[in-house]
Unconditional design. Sequence first.
Length: 183
Amino acid sequence: MAVTAGNGGARHGMRWRVAIWGLAALMLLTPLVAMRFTHGVNWDATDFLVFGAMLAVAGSTFELATRISGSGTYRAGAGVAVAAAFLLVWVNLAVGFIGDEGDPANLMFGGVLAVAVIGGAIVQFRPGGMARVLAATALAQALAGVAAVGEGVVLLVPTGFFVALWLVSAALFRRAAQDPSRV
């Protein structure tokens, strides 16, 4: 049922919005609470601003995706893709996928995200096109992992994890494309 399909759908949609934004707020507060109990977490204002911006972009992107389609499968595909992108950025900013967060080789993972974002815009975020774009994003992720091996770093497990997330998202979009009445 689409969110706009009556008052019950609107209430259901509002519950999801509250849950998603509540989770984002909880994630933003977690380091603040951790800083009270351990010296291992030491964030400054910039860390909170960057993480807050990341959460705002991820949450807003997912909200836009939920408005594009009434299909739960489409929304799940978008959710997995947004989560994968969020995690990829977070890993690179926090510790770096390759070496540390300052290693310039980590910039190639921005190319992975560019494949997803630019490709999505080109296919106008239609589910069939998104399935192909996210399969290409998985390939870009794998190629970045192979390039990292050239840097002397073996990233088989994390590369496989992200490739799997992109492929799961692609499969969900492919499934959503098979039911055009819900798109």
